[in-house]
Design a protein around this ligand. Structure first.
Ligand SMILES: [Zn+2]
Length: 307
């Protein structure tokens, strides 16, 4: 299938800033009201931090360790979220705003969890629910369904039959594809399978429509974004290592990966709307060059885990 390019859904958002300076916002005290802006980003848009967590455990497998936080650090992060006075929401609240159905609450924040590691329906859900924090879980169905298969290396994963528990504890469930493939390297047929089958499996398990998607590794393209819309998703989250905003792109919502090396101070800085640039913004030359290198390399070998 040909890319839809400029007619794709992601292009509906106004792009701002033709240049691409380094432009990270100076941390420390910038408030949303003050703009927390990036000269090449969403000028004046209130920053919305969308945190991306993976496993929360003390002894993760090596491949995911970089993207794992300990339960103790996680608790400190959640306390920082509570103390920030931000309004925790799930992805549907952002979708309602981007579709013009409902206004955003003041100073929203999103907590998202990708892949479906074993801690999610257990201690992680309890830590969230204990603080009254809603969250969004994007599940890789091939990694959690009976007899499923995914590209993720071995790790303790949750099981699909516990997805309903996530919802009961206050999480919204979205899709993270079937196999965790790099979607922008797939044929049209394989891409459709990843998008549609994961959606159907989650809908069967939960008994309602699944409206939201997270791209494995954050990787996407105009074609992937258009196909995601066609498969029935209303939003899709990427990675981008940036703050989102109230005018972010529906099919490329920016998230901040929380790494093992991040501190509570980093989390507090993001919660203050600082410490990262604000999406939407144009990809810089380095991002574009990396994308083409990675797509070429994907033909030869699989991806390195990047979310
Ligand atoms: Zn993932």
């Amino acid at each position: 299938m040909a890319p839809r390019g400029a007619t794709g859904p992601a292009s509906a958002m106004t792009r701002r800033g033709a240049t691409d300076p380094a432009g990270a916002v100076a941390p420390g005290g910038a408030t949303d009201a003050a703009g927390a802006t990036d000269p090449a980003g969403a000028v004046g848009a209130p920053a919305i931090p969308v945190f991306l967590y993976h496993a929360v455990m003390d002894d993760p497998p090596g491949w995911i360790a970089e993207f794992t936080v300990t339960p103790r650090e996680f608790a400190a992060h959640l306390d920082a979220v509570v103390d920030s006075g931000r309004t925790p929401v799930t992805i549907s609240t952002i979708a309602d705003h981007l579709a013009g159905r409902a206004p955003l609450p003041p100073r929203p924040v999103l907590l998202t969890f990708d892949d479906g590691f074993a801690d999610l329906p257990g201690p992680t859900a309890e830590a969230l629910a204990g603080r009254g924090l809603p969250a969004t879980a994007y599940l890789t169905t091939g990694a959690i369904a009976p007899g499923g298969r995914s590209l993720l290396p071995p790790a303790p994963m949750m099981t699909l039959d516990r997805a309903a528990e996530l919802e009961r504890s206050g999480m919204e469930v979205g899709s993270h594809t079937v196999t965790h493939a790099q979607l922008d390297t797939l044929s049209g047929k394989d891409l459709a399978y990843e998008l549609r089958s994961s959606k159907a499996v989650l809908e069967d398990a939960l008994g309602h429509e699944i409206r939201h998607l997270a791209y494995p590794h954050g990787y996407n393209s105009p074609r992937v974004r258009a196909m995601s819309a066609r498969a029935g998703y209303e939003t899709a989250t990427a990675v981008r290592h940036a703050l989102s905003s109230d005018r972010d792109e529906r099919y490329r919502i920016a998230r901040l990966i929380v790494r093992r090396s991040h501190t509570v101070a980093d989390v507090e800085s993001w919660l203050a709307g600082a410490g990262a640039r604000v999406a939407p913004y144009r990809d810089g030359p380095k991002t574009i060059a990396w994308r083409w290198y990675r797509r070429a390399r994907a033909v030869v070998r699989g991806p390195e885990f990047a979310g």
